[in-house]
Design a protein. Sequence first.
Length: 144
Amino acid sequence: MDHEASVRGVAVTREGDQVPAVVLDVRDEILPVFITGDQAQSIQIAISTETFERPLTHDLFVDMLTEFGGAIDRVRIDELTDGTFYAKLDVDRYDDGDRSQLTFDVRPSDAIAIAVRVDAPIFVADEIIDAAGQEPDSVRFEDG
């Protein structure tokens, strides 16, 4: 079963090297997805609705997809192998009123960065939450 998640924010781990993570609220737990600093910045910008004069990469992707008749349907985080999350981006494409559905393999950080820009739902599989879900106090947010 998949559960819809919401983005709580961008945080850093409390242990060791202060690794950034995007934190999802899902099924009464949190799911930290460890990401790079540039991905953290892209997600934080989208959450804060901060704007730039020029589009960032994820903004460009959304603009291009829309121009070619596509729309993000949802994001699915559906696999965890050797500590690495895997995700899918489900896209609807419209051509002369006909709808087709496409699925793309994508890094979870990119999928989340895109989802927050278009308000697309993010779903996480039970197996992922069981394996990687954590108590809410296991991460701290940069502003607190």
